[in-house]
Design a protein. Structure first.
Length: 193
């Protein structure tokens, strides 16, 4: 926290990648990481109190600790829609988005789902597509992110209070460096009131 400076409240993927590489280099973590390796099996050996891990390449490891830090985005969930295999048009999943992007100019687009990614994708797709139809099961509640550059004062606060910030992230249910308000939204005065 003292050595890295974020540019904004919600930085984009390139900045996050620079940070991850910074941390990995700073703590010499890359020597202990197998890149481009898919784990196909992990079994706990209770008698030995060890995990036995096998990779797609056939390599085997015996480890005391197994941290499956794959997150919810490690594998795209492509639902089994009837007719998907026979569909002749292009289709994309936001979890497997082409690195070169997609040009929707003049196309008729159907988007299934309005989760957090769909909420962000819809206006961007609609800006260039000839027509966008959104298929939605359940409406999501969303508020503006209010992303902004971090002020010099806030950056200084981070550098001067890393212990307090870490403590709050450990104590809160969301793991973020702020406490959730206990007050009801209906009891909150309107802005400027």
């Amino acid at each position: 926290m003292r050595e890295w400076e974020w540019s904004e409240r919600y930085p984009g993927q390139p900045e996050i990648m620079r940070y991850l590489n910074f941390v990995a280099d700073r703590f010499d973590l890359k020597r202990d990481i197998e890149f481009n390796t898919r784990v196909v099996a992990a079994h706990y050996d209770e008698a030995a109190n060890r995990w036995r891990v096998r990779t797609e390449q056939g390599d085997s490891y015996v480890v005391k600790f197994l941290i499956t830090a794959v997150g919810c985005l490690s594998t795209a969930n492509v639902p089994s829609f009837p007719g998907l295999q026979e569909f002749k048009g292009d289709w994309y999943h936001t979890g497997q988005w082409p690195h070169d992007g997609v040009d929707f100019t003049g196309k008729r687009v159907g988007m299934i789902g309005t989760g957090s990614t769909g909420i962000q994708a819809a206006p961007v797709i609609a800006a260039s597509a000839k027509h966008l139809t959104v298929f939605q099961r359940t409406a999501n509640y969303s508020v503006p992110a209010r992303n902004a550059s971090l002020t010099p004062e806030f950056r200084q606060h981070i550098k001067e209070n890393p212990g307090e910030i870490r403590s709050v992230t450990r104590e809160t249910i969301n793991g973020m460096a702020f406490r959730i308000e206990e007050r009801l939204a209906v009891k909150t005065p309107a802005r400027g009131a």
